[in-house]
Design a binder for this molecule. Structure first.
Ligand code: FAD
Length: 428
């Protein structure tokens, strides 16, 4: 017999939207709480930035999205949709590129909501401020824009609050506290104009670091990329005339100098931290059942269920370095099936043992704790496993597209340049 539960979903970004759809499909009664006044999460671009450019002030007004004006997806549209709702070319936006701009992703999500009638499940301007288990139910307390609060009981909660909002900074840079220049985290980067004629040190080596480097190199006097890789030799990059690569920062001096471990140093105006984000669930009161330790969220069985509270509490969207939308869909299907009783979870002890084994293997391979939610390069092992829990199989074409892209990109530095490749020609 299938169970149909009253389920709260926190967040109306891609994870919350696909969760709402999968839960509804399974017959659950769904309420989606969204703190902002629109759906789309990260994909809602705003020119606004926070008052503290490093995100350290706990009292600052939070801006959720971290996307910049020029952002184009780093996966082709072929790998950005859901299994029965592909991300096809949207002629109404005039967009034809394989790696579309952020505007088109938002339009895709809005269309998804319209086509599946999800809007009636969503409560906009409802920020969840407390989720707590009381007996067998979950209390969800939400706050409206007028600051009034209300509580409601649910049989299950799916957490989809996103994890690209709270900056993570490069730690232990000697002397940085006395360095007189400006520091900013990529969360607060929107357009290159403020970098006009500046000497910029950009810390990081991920997709955002490369995109933003490409953006600001057009206007800055010099850009010095600093990454942790010890193999990097100080060098000027070929396709720019003002970008250099360096090792980690060795120290910052109060006279404005920034010195690198490779021996070079520059008189810099700005340090731009493209150093990632921290998980946070400020509303979650689990009395220690789910913790964040050095950015490890755990214990979570397969990154979704805390064994002590499964299946009543679940998380959709935590792993990264993956085909995101596909993973969100597969996790959401699994949660919906686990709640209805169609997917049977192992015992609490077995789930905990599985998590412990995951941690043990990470330690054995020397993987730092903070990468617990980062999937291995072959993320399809995880995606295939997830799919199998609901009797689904991952579309082979998605894998073909993904592997073709990885192969193509692995020979390149990112720098946005791969986004002009024609995927059809890569697939031939
Ligand atoms: P989000 O999109 O962050 O949505 C979370 C939602 O929860 C938001 O609407 C927020 O307002 C709401 N919320 C948060 N707290 C509360 C609360 N307490 N109460 C109520 N509501 C709350 N992915 C790709 O697939 N392709 C890409 O090319 C790509 N590029 C990216 C580039 C950048 C710079 C960044 C930062 C991310 C990128 N991503 C990309 C990842 C992207 O985050 C995911 O595509 C997707 O947005 C994750 O969805 P989500 O719903 O988990 O989180």
């Amino acid at each position: 017999m299938s169970r149909q539960l009253k389920v709260a979903v926190i967040g109306a970004g891609p994870a919350g939207l696909i969760s709402a759809r999968e839960l509804q499909r399974e017959g659950h009664q769904v309420v989606v709480f969204e703190k902002s006044d629109r759906i789309g999460g990260t994909w809602v671009y705003t020119p606004e930035v926070e008052t503290d450019p490093l995100g350290l002030d706990p009292d600052r007004e939070i801006v959720h999205s971290s996307i910049y004006y020029s952002l184009r997806t780093n996966l082709p549209r072929h790998a950005m949709g859901f299994s029965d709702y592909p991300f096809t070319i949207r002629h109404e936006t005039g967009e034809l590129r394989d790696f579309p701009g952020h505007q088109e992703v938002l339009e895709f999500l809005n269309q998804f909501v319209r086509d599946f009638g999800l809007m009636e499940l969503i409560r906009l301007n409802h920020e969840v401020v407390r989720v707590e288990k009381e007996d067998d139910l979950w209390v969800v307390e939400s706050r409206l824009s007028d600051k009034s609060c209300s509580e409601e009981l649910f049989e299950a909660v799916v957490v989809c609050n996103g994890h690209y909002t709270q900056p993570r900074l490069a730690e232990d840079i000697p002397g940085v506290e006395f360095w007189p220049g400006k520091q900013i985290h990529s969360h607060n980067y929107r357009v290159p104009d403020p970098f006009q004629d500046k000497v910029v040190v950009l810390i990081g080596a991920g997709p955002s670091a490369h995109d933003i480097c490409h953006d600001i190199a057009q206007v800055a006097k010099e850009v010095h990329l600093s990454s942790r890789s010890p193999e990097v030799k100080v060098s000027k990059l070929d396709f720019f005339n003002n970008v250099w690569q360096h090792q980690e920062i060795a120290y910052c001096h109060e006279n404005g100098e920034v010195a690198f471990k490779d021996g070079a140093s520059v008189a810099a105006d700005i340090i731009l931290h493209c150093t990632g984000y921290k998980y946070q669930f400020p509303f979650l009161k689990t009395k220690g059942i789910v913790t964040i330790d050095d950015n490890r969220v755990g214990p979570l069985y397969k990154h979704v269920f805390p064994p002590q509270n499964a299946p009543g509490l679940s998380f959709v969207g935590l792993p990264h370095r993956v085909v995101v939308f596909l993973m969100l869909e597969l996790q959401a299907k699994w949660v919906a099936f686990a709640l209805s009783g169609k997917a049977i979870l192992p015992s609490k002890e077995e789930m905990l043992a599985d998590v412990e084994e995951h941690y043990r293997l990470m330690e054995q391979d020397g993987v730092p704790k903070c990468y617990t939610q980062r999937l291995p390069v072959d993320a399809f092992v995880y995606l295939d496993w997830l799919a199998a829990q609901t009797g689904y199989t991952v579309n082979e074409q998605t894998k073909v597209v993904y592997y073709a892209l990885i192969k193509y990109v692995s020979g390149l530095l990112w720098f946005g340049s791969f986004k002009d490749v024609d995927m059809e020609s890569l697939l031939k």
